[in-house]
Design a protein around this ligand. Structure first.
Ligand code: ZN
Length: 198
């Protein structure tokens, strides 16, 4: 059967989300259609408000309500260390450990040749320009132990070599493929503490 255009469009939109296939997209669309109109309005408003009130920080590319973000503008953070993460959700996971007091750099993705994502598609250039700041002494790579995370870590390690900066990687006691956001706070705190120079 063919859906009315408005429903087909809704399904199409849901299908744009990561790891949402046609079946899940269909389920989500029909769930939404079954919701009371007041709930749907609340949902639509939340989507718009989240988008409109959020900007990527001009320094670290963390999603924030201000630019520079709270972390970059804080006077109590250790400005000699930059922790490199793939997404804002990873930054949040590390912040939750309360163990890290340095700055961040959010790459907004990972190098993934299979998906056609190269070094120039993520915020690597912007990271390099921050490294010319003489205050930076250490770069901590906190990227997931996935194929993409490994590729990006290796690329960054080579790139940063010419700078007089210590590069370390967090010590994952996690199975390959685990996302940072799924690591509990203690595991993540230990991973940070046990980081190894590369
Ligand atoms: Zn920032």
């Amino acid at each position: 059967m063919i859906y009315p255009k408005s429903i087909a469009t809704l399904i199409e939109q849901f299908q744009k989300f990561p790891s949402v296939g046609p079946k899940s997209a269909q389920r989500m669309a029909f769930h939404l259609l079954k919701m009371p109109i007041s709930e749907v309005e609340k949902f639509a408003r939340a989507v718009l408000e989240a988008k409109q009130s959020t900007v990527a920080c001009e320094i670290c590319y963390n999603l924030s309500t201000t630019s520079p973000c709270e972390i970059c503008s804080s006077t109590s953070r250790d400005r000699s260390t930059i922790c490199v993460v793939a997404e804002t959700k990873d930054l949040i996971a590390i912040e939750k450990t309360n163990e890290y007091k340095g700055l961040y750099h959010v790459l907004q993705g990972l190098i993934s040749p299979i998906d056609g994502i190269g070094a120039e598609d993520i915020r690597i250039k912007e990271l390099l320009s921050r490294l010319t700041d003489e205050n930076v002494k250490e770069l901590i790579l906190a990227l997931s132990p996935s194929v993409e995370g490994e590729a990006t870590s290796l690329y960054l390690t080579k790139l940063v070599k010419p700078f007089d900066i210590r590069v370390s990687r967090i010590a994952f006691g996690l199975p390959v493929g685990t996302d940072l956001e799924f690591a509990d706070e203690i595991t993540l705190a230990k991973a940070l503490e046990g980081r190894r120079e590369v």
